[in-house]
Design a protein around this ligand. Structure first.
Ligand code: TXA
Ligand code: MG
Length: 355
């Protein structure tokens, strides 16, 4: 059964959240209720990580399978020892360099974190967010907060409070509206319990930055089709994720060739009576002006950070225009481009066309 409740939304200053509002949200967490809150990456759907029944509500609200583990958020490095055990030196080094921030580490789970959080695994994913609202909430609640992204399962992540409401109105107790998330893409997930440190999900901390500390960091690019029956080490590896209602198609290759192909596909789909949406870098939207497609600019092609901030929002926005197909070309994969590529492949459920 889905978790049902009355949702209350509180606007909050993202830099200096009012203590009174934080107290209301922290009380809800201590009551075992759900609070959606902004982080620098995306909005989280939080509950007391130490209580089984509270964490159960997260799964029920998101309609998330209980096989998909959840990240635990802390506000201070001292809290790490309440959450994880046998913490390697490397974790301390990574925390020094990247926390508070967009890095999640998989470590050995402490008994104080119930196994439901980790979907039965011996490990736990931990992150210390830098957003002042997230930090204030975790501090005031006095417990680590379990929080997946605040979207319905397999939908694009929520980067504004409006996205949270769209997906979870009536299923979350409190929403702290602190404006748009600064990064817009989720944290980088690195597993430190394997023989070699391995990035399971590219995200807000780039591989290039991680390599400054772990020169030979491993990556695992896996896209698992649910129908194949193959098991995922991290459910974030499932191919269908972040998916809009429309069929999103990712066109990979040289930018000019990709755009020519997008024009051609748009013409074919519209000729067949299907409504088409095109997501394009701002510099390139004019290329599609004469098509009958709905075209949305996603930011400058020279600024992947800007594209990252608005990516999930752009996908939600064009999806809301009731298009049948969404076309987008690939972008360079360096830096934040690795996370953008990953999210687009999953939003496309693997429909990548190489030109
Ligand atoms: O930026 C973020 O990471 C956001 C904000 C709210 O912190 N959270 C987020 O959570 O993206 P979620 O649940 O949407 O994604 C968490 C990812 C999933 O791919 C999950 O499978 C993986 O982390 N994960 C969590 N715990 C894990 C564990 N113990 N072992 C392996 N993978 C784990
Ligand atoms: Mg998610």
């Amino acid at each position: 059964m889905r978790y049902n409740t009355r949702t209350r939304v509180f606007p909050v200053d993202p830099e200096h959240p009012a203590p009174g509002i934080i107290a209301v949200a922290a009380n809800a967490i201590r009551d075992g209720r759900l609070v959606a809150f902004p982080t620098e990456t995306v909005y989280g759907l939080g509950a007391d990580a130490t209580r089984i029944e509270a964490v159960g509500r997260i799964f029920a609200a998101k309609q998330r399978p209980t096989t998909d583990p959840i990240i635990v958020h802390i506000a201070a490095i001292e809290q790490l020892d309440q959450v994880a055990v046998e913490i390697p030196m490397l974790a301390r080094q990574l925390a020094d360099r990247f926390w508070a921030g967009a890095l999640t580490m998989i470590l050995k789970r402490s008994d104080r974190i119930p196994s439901i959080v980790s979907a039965g695994r011996e490990t736990v994913a931990v992150r210390m967010p830098s957003h002042p609202v997230a930090k204030a909430l975790i501090e005031a609640a006095g417990v680590p907060i379990a929080a997946p992204s605040a979207n319905t399962f397999s939908r694009p992540s929520a980067t504004t409070a409006a996205h949270v409401l769209d997906d979870l109105d009536g299923h979350v107790d409190v929403i702290l509206d602190g404006g748009a998330a600064r990064i817009g893409l989720e944290s980088t997930v690195i597993d430190l319990t394997l023989d070699a440190p391995t990035v399971l999900r590219p995200g807000g901390v780039t591989l290039e930055a991680l390599r400054e500390i772990i020169p030979d960091v491993q990556t695992r690019e896996r896209y698992i089709d649910a129908e194949s029956g193959e098991a995922a080490a991290s459910p974030g590896e499932m191919l269908k994720h972040y998916a809009p209602n429309a069929r999103l198609m990712l066109i990979d290759g040289d930018a000019n060739a990709a755009n020519v192909h997008i024009r051609q596909l748009a013409a074919e789909f519209t000729a067949n009576g299907e409504r088409v949406g095109i997501l394009a870098p701002d510099e390139e939207t004019a290329l599609f002006a004469d098509s009958r497609a709905t075209v949305i600019g996603i930011g400058s092609r020279d600024d992947l950070a800007q594209i990252g901030v608005g990516l999930f929002g752009s996908i939600r926005r064009i999806d809301a225009k009731n298009v049948a197909v969404i076309l987008i070309r690939s972008l360079p994969r360096e830096g934040l481009g690795a996370a953008i590529w990953d999210r687009l492949v999953r939003a496309a459920e693997g429909r990548v066309i190489y030109v």
